[in-house]
Design a binder for this molecule. Structure first.
Ligand SMILES: [Mg+2]
Length: 118
């Protein structure tokens, strides 16, 4: 089963996403900021990533750029909030495959994942 990395500085968001994903049979690894996301990605080689944009240490966009730097095939879906349109554009330019607006619709998350996992 595919392994998904969930990255968000809000614990409740990681918990909600992890429950959703494990409920659909995915393996889940978590990171709580952009810097940790880069380490965990290198260690765990997840099949796809769900990543928040606004985080301490390193933003989701910085982490995305670093991850894509050593794995150009990395499949990263951004988690965004309303009003972050300009950051979504930056994220797509940095290689994000898709984005999901929070508070997220579980079906939308699963659809985005299915799409990137092929
Ligand atoms: Mg955040």
């Amino acid at each position: 089963m595919a392994k998904i990395m969930v990255v968000d500085d809000a614990k409740f968001m990681r918990v909600r996403l992890s429950k959703l994903l494990t409920g659909h049979g995915f393996d889940v690894v978590e990171a709580e900021n952009g810097e940790e996301a880069v380490y965990v990605y290198k260690a765990e080689h997840p099949d796809a990533v769900l990543m928040d944009i606004t985080m301490p240490q390193k933003t989701g966009i910085e982490a995305l750029a670093e991850i894509r730097g050593f794995d150009p095939q990395a499949k990263v879906i951004m988690l965004t909030a309303l009003g972050q349109e300009s950051m979504v554009v930056q994220a797509v330019q940095a290689g994000a495959r898709d984005y999901v607006v929070k508070p997220f619709d579980p079906d939308r998350v699963m659809l985005a994942l299915k799409k990137v996992l092929g």
